[in-house]
Design a protein around this ligand. Structure first.
Ligand SMILES: *Cc1c(COP(=O)(O)O)cnc(C)c1O
Length: 357
């Protein structure tokens, strides 16, 4: 196979061992002679995968007994609706830090009263708003910890006087998280922990049942906690691959270990962006994401953008085109991306500078 370095924003790069084990299971699931695509989700063998996957989530993130984790379909975008359905009674506040945060807010506004407590749109979402006061009369504060499109990240678990809800689609399992600080953490698997087709939701059990509306069965988190994510047919294959991805993460030392590597990767790339005269980063330095690194050509060198794309492509760089709302480049350096991948991109940037200067 051609040697490439994959920096796709999502679906993301997955560890090779997870892919190899998935290929095996497509042919023969756990020695049953049946493909994982055809296995009944009501078998002992499937139960083992579900239980292992749930246990790995709890172990890797240190999820306390107060919380349960569920796996559902529908994407993170449907979770925006779940959040409002299950938690919005009178009023909710959203930190508007990007396209996804804004979409989450908009979905809540279709259900009840929700507003942006602070917003960084004035500077094209290149920073995380700070210093805003959180009122105590709201049902919850919703944050998006990593803004996949703009490359900004809230890297610490904030202290919040009201229930805290976080979309962690693109930085889950990239760093340790104090789960006890959140009533709900959710996200799509396809940015860091698995393939598309499954979401995770880590729910404080006693935070549910506080709204007065009727919640449709499928949209009620309690349904899925009660039935251990098996109320209806779960996204079997996606969960299988997610489980393999988490087994890999555990094998290399878990979240603490990957966090160190992730910081090393981010430093390596940001240092090159800051050093290299042809490129500049787009996000405020203190808010830079460890997962999605956004940069553009430096002033005066804008004309070289297409040439750099071609140059990088020739050297095996895949998926470094920035989102259309930022332009330039975005390298997503999720868990499965290695130091070697990042070094290859850095070398490529250096080489290009030498060629042009
Ligand atoms: C990708 C992404 C989403 C949307 O995920 P889907 O599963 O495609 O609906 C939501 N939030 C964040 C932070 C994302 O990166």
């Amino acid at each position: 196979m051609k040697k490439v370095h994959v920096f796709n924003a999502g679906p993301c790069l997955l560890p090779q061992v997870a892919i190899d084990n998935a290929i095996e299971a497509l042919k023969d699931f756990k020695g049953t002679g049946v493909s994982v695509l055809s296995i009944s989700h009501r078998t002992k063998e499937w139960d083992e995968v579900m239980n292992e996957c749930r246990a790995l989530w709890k172990e890797l993130l240190n999820i306390p007994d107060t919380h349960e984790v569920v796996f559902l379909g529908g994407g993170a975008s449907l979770q925006f609706l779940y959040v409002a359905m299950n938690y919005l009674e009178k009023k909710a506040a959203y930190l508007d830090t990007g396209v996804w945060a804004h979409k989450a807010l908009k979905e809540a506004q279709g259900i009840g009263e929700a507003y942006a407590i602070a917003c960084s749109k004035d500077k094209n979402y290149t920073y995380i708003p700070k210093g805003f006061e959180i009122p105590t009369d709201i049902d919850y504060l919703h944050i998006t910890t990593n803004n996949t499109i703009y490359g900004t990240e809230i890297k610490e678990d904030i202290d919040c006087p009201v229930p805290l809800i976080a979309d962690m689609s693109s930085d889950i399992m990239s760093r340790p998280v104090d789960v006890s600080k959140y009533d709900l953490i959710y996200g799509g698997a396809q940015k860091n922990v698995g393939p598309a087709g499954v979401i995770f939701a880590i729910i404080r059990k006693d935070s549910l049942g506080r709204v007065s509306r009727y919640i449709p069965t499928m949209l009620d988190y309690r349904t899925h906690i009660d039935k251990l994510s098996m109320f209806n047919t779960p996204p079997v294959f996606s969960i299988f691959v997610m489980n393999e991805t988490l087994k890999w993460l555990k094998s290399i030392g878990g979240v603490e270990a990957i966090h160190k590597i992730n910081m090393e990767k981010a430093d390596l790339l940001y240092n090159e962006i800051d050093r290299n005269s042809l490129f500049v980063g787009t996000a405020e330095k203190e808010d830079r994401s460890c997962m999605n690194v956004c940069f553009v050509m430096a002033p005066g060198y804008e004309d070289l953008q297409d040439e750099f794309f071609a140059f990088a492509k020739e050297r095996g760089m895949i998926g470094i085109k920035g989102h259309r709302s930022v332009g330039g480049f975005r390298a997503s350096i999720y868990n499965a991306c290695t130091i070697e991948d990042v070094q290859a991109l850095v070398d490529c940037m250096k080489e290009f500078e030498n060629l042009k200067k």
